[in-house]
Ligand binder design. Structure first.
Ligand code: ADP
Ligand code: MG
Length: 264
């Protein structure tokens, strides 16, 4: 469903030069004068209907990576293919079309429409896709219930707690009829009990709706619980991709071994 090939993202004065030098063997530190290499040579393929978790410490490049997967950020080099379209080689209009049709994204802090109700916010992704009001609100209603917000449908975002607002954002992304869902630390702001519940709901929904989910977290237990496969990032590079089982029993290096020591 989503494929990344030799993706690089460098922020700074001479990103192309930095990416080229790294691809020829220079280290991240050696190219620091040209820019900050946030993502280095990332290649992976996420299968249809899979939950693919990207795990790593803060600053390891997770957000930069996921933003390139829906064209929010343009890679310095490399390609991203979504639902068969190479989004790094299309016009802005075509990119918008692919995004609306195929990819939705949940950020850590979700921007809701302040003057619309919970239900309208949840249905917004379908509104953008041109789905009629009655149909989109019926679909949104179901998802609003799944995220535990029954009874709150007609409230405005300002009447909700932060955690509830976040769940509205998640409901919006789940309601949208997109095949691919990108979630960047989407549960990190939730309190632990709700968070656990949302993790369970997500796994159930995924099984039911067959969505392809790319889920970013710096939380090891969350990664182990959700992931069909996990990519471990360190300093801009993906250092291992494997099932939770493989990551635990056969870590690719000392770094990963250290990382997974704390799993519950
Ligand atoms: P993560 O999401 O894993 O915490 P990020 O992708 O946000 O990591 O950041 C990776 C690296 O890229 C960090 O060193 C960060 O400071 C740098 N970075 C991210 N965005 C920018 C930007 N817009 N300009 C310059 N540097 C950035
Ligand atoms: Mg981040």
């Amino acid at each position: 469903a989503v494929k990344a090939e030799h993706l690089y993202k460098v922020f700074g004065k001479k990103p192309k030069e930095a990416a080229r030098r790294i691809s020829e063997g220079a280290t991240r530190d050696e190219v620091e004068a040209f820019g900050t290499a946030a993502v280095i040579d990332a290649s992976f393929e996420v299968k249809q209907g899979e939950i693919f978790v990207v795990m790593g410490l803060s600053g390891s490049g997770k957000s930069t990576l996921i933003r390139m997967l829906n064209g929010l950020l343009e890679p310095t080099s490399g390609t991203v293919t979504v639902a068969g379209t190479n989004i790094t080689a299309v016009s802005a209009a075509e990119l918008r079309r692919v995004r609306q049709k195929s990819v939705s994204m949940v950020f850590q802090h979700f921007a809701l429409l302040p003057h619309r109700t919970v239900l309208e916010n949840a249905a917004y992704g379908l509104e953008v896709q041109g789905v009629p009001k009655a149909k989109r609100e019926a679909q949104a209603q179901r998802i609003v219930e799944l995220v535990g917000l029954s009874g709150w449908e007609q409230k405005l975002p300002s009447e909700l707690s932060g955690g509830m607002q976040q769940r509205v954002g998640i409901a919006r992304a789940l309601t949208a009829e997109t095949d691919v869902l990108l979630m960047d630390e989407a549960f990190s702001a939730l309190d632990p009990l709700i968070r656990r519940e949302m993790q369970e709901q997500l796994v159930e929904l995924q099984a039911e709706l067959g969505k392809t989910i790319i889920f970013i977290t710096h939380d090891l237990n969350e990664a182990m619980f959700l992931g069909d496969r996990i990519a471990v990032m360190r300093d801009g590079r993906i250092v291992q991709v494997g099932t939770p089982e493989e990551i635990l029993t056969d870590p690719a290096n000392d770094y990963v071994a250290q990382f997974v020591q704390d799993v519950d």
